[in-house]
Write a protein that binds this ligand. Sequence first.
Ligand code: NAP
Length: 302
Amino acid sequence: MASTEATPAHTGKFILNNGKVMPAIGLGTFRIRNGDVVMKVMDWALNAGYRMFDTAAVYGNESHLKIALKTLLPKYGLEREDIFITTKLSPSDHGTKEIVEHAYKKSLENLGLDYVDLYLIHFPGTAGIPSNHINNKHIRNETWKALAELYKEGRIKAIGVSNFTVVHLEQLMANNYGVIPAVNQVEWHPYYQPQDVLIYCKKNNILLQAYCSFGGTSSVNMSMMQDPGVNKIAKTLNVSCAQVLLAWALQQGIAVIPKSTSQARINENISINFTIPNEDMKVLNALGSRKIKYAWDPTEVA
Ligand SMILES: NC(=O)c1ccc[n+]([C@@H]2O[C@H](COP(=O)([O-])OP(=O)(O)OC[C@H]3O[C@@H](n4cnc5c(N)ncnc54)[C@H](OP(=O)(O)O)[C@@H]3O)[C@@H](O)[C@H]2O)c1
């Protein structure tokens, strides 16, 4: 059974619907492409207590993670089983078992691993097919079948999806080849809260994992950090706005994967050991009416 409870501390964990344990806070690595930077950031993160790393084939940094893991796991006395690695199937690799297996093997080779802990379909749409074309649905179904087979063969510890709306989830669940997605990784922050997705996931034991908790990597997207409501709560609780944004998600039973390339901010983002009072949670929940989306939009994908 999936547990939707997480303690609001860096030691918090979620139990996925197949029994696998996943840290509540992981490190996002989108747009960290330089090998030296990946090494530094993962060193700081492991030192701070992060045990989960989120990457994707399209991030172009899997091979940097390989080098960093090879160097850093022995440095911290860690084994492969002590860490949790997520990677994602690229939108250009949707399709038959042959295509999906080839992409998975490539990611394993890049990462220098025998398995990943969580493999996600990155996006419901297939690259090169118009969003509203029905082939997206058929190909996505084929992709899930292939992932389910790899999972049942024991080659992936958990499988899931990303950027799936309720429509996509319902389609998948109607023909899920015996495997319910363990995770749906979606954009989720006070300015964008697709409640229907959260409700559907909770009801079906799919763990929601938030990305863009701070609004993403572009500095023009950082308006939530300036939000008067977020600032007021941060000041009252004597924590940072970033910590408020992460705690807000965790308190809803949602996992987070903040990205940072600064040691101080990496430490800050895993130091979530406070609780946001209910009245303040309501203030943050009310910001959802803004409906500001920063990342790609899956809602038009058939
Ligand atoms: N599945 C998907 O389609 C998808 C899409 C987007 C992202 N993701 C995943 O989710 C992760 C997180 O999302 P994201 O990288 O887009 O953005 P994010 O985590 O919302 O924001 C990252 C930005 O916030 C800054 N930041 C980090 N900690 C901070 C702090 N404590 N105070 C102030 N600023 C802070 C970072 O700058 P510094 O680096 O300078 O600290 C960076 O510019 C990604 O890295 C990726 O792994 C998945």
